[in-house]
Design a protein around this ligand. Structure first.
Ligand SMILES: *[C@@H]1O[C@H](CO)[C@@H](O)[C@H](O)[C@H]1NC(C)=O
Ligand SMILES: *[C@@H]1O[C@H](CO)[C@@H](O)[C@H](O)[C@H]1NC(C)=O
Ligand SMILES: *[C@@H]1O[C@H](CO)[C@@H](O)[C@H](O)[C@H]1NC(C)=O
Ligand SMILES: *[C@@H]1O[C@H](CO)[C@@H](O)[C@H](O)[C@H]1NC(C)=O
Length: 352
């Protein structure tokens, strides 16, 4: 049965239930402190933000009979729950699960989400205490487009495979490395890894399998991020935003980053770059330059604006594409005078 046919079938089922006088929600008292919020036939949400213990949640889904099992959203927040155990949701499924600010929540059993495996689109778990996540369930979660694990305590990320995932947000954890191997996220559009401890922990080839990537963010890592040659080989024609801000990088190796497009904005804001070496930056600018609207942001770097940059200043196209200021005089790179650079950096040598 197609998705739409399935949906109408379920809607009919539910309609007939409602017509027969059956509310899709169990009686209020039976599932309290969780609440069942009936908005419309396809929008029934379960809100357990008043649940303090796992027993409250487990009981609501396992010891009560539910006429209707395909819910829209589930909410949990500010509880003292430590684990989402096996079977916690019984046979009730969701399209979205939002679990936020549960300061004790450390883990999720790898079968806890099983009933939702064909339906779950959004799994957002922010501000909990997760130090692990069952990433190996992702290939089965065939509808999942967003996985947000922002602001937890994850330390390690294994190889991830998902044909459906579009957004993966692992920012603000304590991730020291991501496993090297056959990552496969062909539909991923947004990868957020900022605010972790990765330093040398990005695996070679991580982004080169991501054909649909639009946004890559690995900013504010501690200690300073190291990007060896060949590490960030982007392979997406849609690439628009690459953020490597605040990583205390003083230089980039040639070919550390490649595959930028004419719509890519590369931000190296807030690093420690003094010299804009031709070997490193010219290939990047050439990728971005061909009739497009891309640019490279070097603001908040202590740029020397010496002869290392003459090649850039003397090319009108390149000069316009670089945002940044010189540390001596605060002049914008785009406003530097190519003639001054030509004379200072080249004429002298021509005299010999
Ligand atoms: C609640 O359901 C679980 C799982 O089905 C069962 O093991 C447990 O005995 C039930 N508890 C009560 C109070 O009915
Ligand atoms: C660049 O162009 C693309 C495609 O036309 C557009 O989606 C994007 O917003 C533009 N970016 C900027 C920074 O203007
Ligand atoms: C980027 O380049 C392609 C050709 O490769 C061109 O069709 C497109 O218009 C360019 N994008 C922008 C924003 O100019
Ligand atoms: C700037 O560099 C580009 C790419 O290397 C080149 O095609 C272009 O001719 C240069 N422009 C000038 C004015 O030198």
């Amino acid at each position: 049965m197609s998705c739409i046919a399935m949906q109408s079938f379920l809607t009919l089922l539910l309609l007939s239930a409602v017509v027969r006088g059956q509310n899709p929600c169990p009686p209020y008292d039976e599932i309290a402190p969780c609440k069942c919020v009936y908005i419309s036939i396809t929008e029934v949400d379960i809100d357990c933000r008043f649940a303090a213990t796992i027993d409250d949640v487990f009981h609501a889904f396992n010891n009560i009979s539910w006429n209707f099992k395909n819910m829209r959203r589930f909410y949990l927040g500010l509880s003292e729950i430590e684990e989402l155990p096996e079977g916690v949701f019984g046979d009730i499924s969701f399209q979205e699960i939002r679990i936020t600010d549960n300061g004790m929540l450390r883990s999720i059993h790898n079968t806890a989400l099983r009933a939702s495996r064909d339906r779950l689109r959004v799994l957002r778990m922010e501000g909990n205490h997760l130090n692990s996540f069952p990433f190996d369930i992702l290939p089965e979660m065939t509808a999942l487009t967003e996985l947000t694990l922002y602001n937890n305590y994850l330390i390690f990320v294994p190889v991830i495979n998902s044909d459906s995932l579009e957004l993966l947000n692992l920012a603000n954890n304590e991730i020291t490395f991501l496993e090297e191997g056959p990552w496969s996220l062909p539909n991923l559009r947004e990868l957020r890894l900022g605010g972790n401890l990765v330093r040398e922990g990005l695996p070679l080839g991580l982004v080169s399998s991501m054909d649909s990537l639009v946004t890559f963010d690995c900013s504010w890592t501690q200690p300073n991020l190291l990007i060896p040659s060949g590490l960030l080989e982007f392979a997406s024609d849609a690439l628009q935003y690459v953020y490597l801000e605040g990583n205390d990088m003083s230089n980039l190796e040639p070919n550390a980053i490649s595959g930028l497009t004419n719509v890519t904005y590369l931000s190296l804001y807030g690093n420690n770059i003094q010299e804009v070496n031709e070997d490193t930056f010219k290939p990047l600018l050439e990728d971005v330059a061909i009739q497009g609207n891309g640019s490279i942001n070097l603001h908040a770097n202590p740029l020397n604006c010496g002869c290392d940059m003459a090649w850039l200043v003397m090319n009108d196209t390149f000069r316009e594409m670089v945002r940044g200021t010189c540390r001596k005089d605060g002049l914008l790179v785009s406003e530097l005078d190519p003639q001054v650079f030509e004379e200072l950096c080249f004429k002298r040598f021509l005299d010999f």
